[in-house]
Write a protein that binds this ligand. Structure first.
Ligand code: BGC
Length: 752
């Protein structure tokens, strides 16, 4: 009989950060004083967030219509403005003008409460011209290097403050369960532990020790919760997630980021089990605010209160929708294009249908954040304070991030690194595109202007020409991303005959959200045709994937000699890729999701045993189709050197329910090249009352090893690592045997 060790979930929630948030501070006093002076209209205005393009003159992109702005700030008392003025990507000088115009208006109000500006700084300060653009989050996670991720967020914070903006809608803490989802690349991949660690690193980088300093910004965790799990894989469609699962995986990511101090959170536009999250008091108030103790601002996503009645059909009209979501726990509405939220909420409060106490709670949170980011003192950047904006120092960090993210998935006969003397053909629709390198949220929402606005940066083609000389690089597009083009394929085949190696760059266009929805996970037919045509030449082909989600390549992967995933590596990505192709950088990225082989086989790496009968002894019966065979598994990532793992040790073979367990392993670079290695520790609970995962990532670190060098890596696991959420929604660990795996080594221990 197993003895079940119950660990009260609540206990772990009283983190030090949550506790200190509760203590009465100077800021709380300032908030209370200001709140006491506010009219109900001023309070509701604070809860209203409007998009900046609402204040532009008709037909004059980027030109303020001062009547509209005045109306918003003077009459509706709006508390927040978001996003980017047309035509997108202002310089820091222009941002300063924009924020000054807004600030001048708020200074004319009775209480002079500054407007809080929020922005989608997703991979760097990506709505500011000349900012440093990093790999998108999926690539940052593939570095398995939290220091690098934190540094990236610090730089992003610096450059966002240089743009006079104190609040970013990042990090994305979604846990994509369907790889077709158009925002897979905005996440840290399919593992909750990895996402939590990366999320914490970003929050720390954004907010620093003093979020009010001129070099830090408030972060906004998003999209709470379950947004990345749509059954169809299409954006903003329903998810079905039992609360047990939600707590065991998704919630842990937010819990970690809240503990790290994140100041705000954005609600998911989706529904879970039939309830839109914006209408869920259970999720927003009971779990997020009460149970997790979140003291920050809860903001809706774009138009999501309106969508409660126009799309989700859970409200009769806007008034009904406003009441539902405010009573569910929303503090700020990203309305974002009219004053329906303001008008209806005012009416609801005046008629006693929404209590003033709920409004006071929401407004206190908003004012608190305004004080914390130091908005009352310092809301316009002095550009002299930002000499490093877009500097070489920052660009180098973006380059290093790309270099550590790019993931070598296959290297048959060690065809890579390439020899600099041979002539190459580079072809494929992503070979000469800054849009494909960056993806969405780049200068504009969909990132369609990256070729023009990042024209000074290298595409893959340009980086190759720069590396080995124009004369050695043959190029033709070979295929369009969508439209089939036989003539282009023939052109590529002809050119390939003159080349010793083909670099085939395939992938996706720039996209995010609904415009990125797909109905077919396979990479486009036009690209498959190009790959198959080139493969008939019997020349070595290096497939470079430049994509936001794993588009299936099983129709031709076996004909590729090498496969390298560069995700959406940003403005410095092509240089990093080419340095890897030619061996000037040793690759060290690891895949953060299972790359599927078949469209109906979307198993995660931390699958249950019944999902992988194929690789277990049950497959003795030849009738079984091997059911678990991703094209590439989570954690895959090759190097140009070899690493040998040895001496895996644990400090105790048996532990009790309070012990930690220390795991050590030696890693040696047995090759001739220096290399970085991500060391991953997986744990398996051998038997449990809820079906256990085959394995789950519990720890990781990244080390650097010179040839012949050995390092000892040490990890400490605690009781929480042994627990799962049971059917009573409690975190429990059960006595029995656990297996630790690092590389191909494993060790077992017993919890007694
Ligand atoms: C997206 C959010 C984003 C917001 C503001 C929404 O459509 O879902 O991720 O932060 O717009 O741009």
């Amino acid at each position: 009989m197993k003895k079940i060790i119950l660990q009260l979930f609540v206990l772990s929630l009283f983190s030090s950060a949550a506790f200190s948030q509760n203590s009465k501070t100077e800021i709380d006093e300032k908030v209370a004083e200001l709140l006491s002076k506010m009219t109900i209209e001023e309070k509701i205005g604070q809860m209203t967030q409007i998009t900046v393009t609402n204040f532009e003159e008709k037909g004059k992109p980027g030109v303020f219509d001062m009547v509209k702005l005045r109306e918003a700030i003077q009459n509706y008392h709006i508390g927040s403005i978001l996003n980017v003025p047309n035509p997108g990507a202002p310089t820091i000088q222009r941002w300063k003008e924009v924020i000054t115009i807004i600030n001048n208006e708020s200074n004319k109000t009775r209480l002079k409460i500054p407007v809080l500006y929020g922005i989608d700084a997703i991979h760097g300060s990506s709505y500011t011209l000349g900012a440093t653009l990093f790999p998108q989050q999926i690539g940052m996670a593939a570095t398995f290097n939290t220091d690098l991720v934190k540094r990236g967020a610090e730089i992003s914070a610096y450059e966002t403050r240089a743009s006079s903006i104190p609040w970013v809608f990042s990090p994305d803490l979604d846990l994509p369960r369907n790889p077709a989802w158009s925002r897979t690349w905005e996440s840290f991949g399919e593992d909750a532990y990895l996402s939590a660690q990366m999320g914490v690193a970003m929050v720390e980088g954004f907010e620093g020790n003093d979020v009010g300093s001129k070099y830090h910004v408030a972060s906004c965790m998003k999209h709470f919760i379950g947004y990345g799990s749509t059954t169809t894989g299409k954006d903003r469609t329903p998810s079905i997630i039992p609360e047990r699962i939600l707590r065991q995986y998704d919630l842990t990511i937010y819990q970690a980021a809240i503990k790290a101090g994140s100041k705000s959170i954005m609600i998911s536009s989706g529904e879970i089990n039939g309830t839109p999250v914006h209408a869920s008091k259970h999720l927003i108030t009971d779990i997020l605010k009460k149970e997790l103790g979140f003291q920050g601002v809860v903001v809706t996503d774009w138009k999501d209160i309106i969508y409660l009645y126009t799309r989700h059909k859970v409200a009769e009209n806007n008034r009904d929708a406003v009441k539902t979501s405010v009573m569910a726990g929303i503090d700020m509405s990203m309305v974002p294009e009219d004053y329906t939220f303001y008008n209806d909420l005012l009416d609801l409060v005046n008629k006693g249908e929404v209590p003033v106490s709920r409004i006071d709670d929401a407004v206190s949170r908003i004012l608190k954040m305004k004080f914390e980011v130091n908005l009352f003192e310092n809301n316009i950047a002095d550009l002299k304070d930002y000499p490093k904006f877009g500097s070489q120092e920052f660009i180098d960090v973006a380059y290093n991030s790309a270099a550590e993210s790019i993931t070598l998935l296959k290297n048959k006969n060690e065809i890579l690194p390439l020899n600099k003397t041979g002539k190459i053909l580079v072809t494929g629709p992503t070979a000469n595109s800054m849009k494909s390198l960056n993806g969405g949220w780049t200068y504009t929402w969909q990132g369609e202007n990256a070729d023009v606005l990042a024209a000074d940066k290298f595409t893959i083609l340009e980086a190759l020409q720069n590396k080995i000389g124009k004369a050695n690089v043959l190029y033709t597009k070979g295929a369009d991303l969508a439209i089939e083009d036989e003539l282009e394929i023939q052109k590529a085949v002809e050119l390939a005959k003159e080349a010793s190696t083909i670099i085939l760059c395939l992938g996706e266009k720039n996209y995010t959200e609904t415009p990125g929805d797909i109905s077919n996970l396979f990479i486009s037919q036009s690209q498959i045709k190009l790959a198959l045509a080139l493969s008939k030449l019997n020349k070595p082909i290096v497939l470079v994937l430049n994509e936001g989600r794993p588009r299936l390549i099983s129709d031709f992967e076996d004909k590729m000699n090498a496969v390298i995933q560069c995700y959406l590596p940003g403005n410095e990505g092509a240089r990093a890729l080419v340095d890897i192709l030619y061996g000037d950088v040793n690759p060290s990225g690891r895949l953060t999701y299972n790359y599927p082989r078949h469209p109906n086989s979307l198993e995660k790496y931390n699958r249950k045993y019944t999902e992988s009968l194929g690789d277990e002894e049950q497959n003795d019966d030849a009738q079984y189709e091997k059911s678990y065979s991703p094209q590439f598994e989570f954690g895959t990532g090759l190097s140009y050197t070899t690493f040998e793992y040895s001496n895996l040790r644990i400090d105790k073979p048996e532990i009790n329910n309070t012990d930690n367990i220390t795991v050590t392993v030696e890693v040696k670079n047995t090759g001739k090249t220096a290399g970085k290695e991500a060391v991953l520790l997986y744990l398996s609970d051998k038997v449990a009352s809820i079906t256990p995962e085959v394995k789950a990532l519990k720890r990781f670190t990244k080390i650097n090893l010179a040839p012949a060098e050995t390092k000892t890596v040490s990890f400490t696991l605690n009781q929480k690592d042994l627990q799962f959420v049971d059917n009573d929604l409690k975190w429990v660990a059960e006595n029995g045997t656990f297996k630790i795996q690092i590389g191909t080594l494993s060790k077992e221990f017993v919890l007694k």
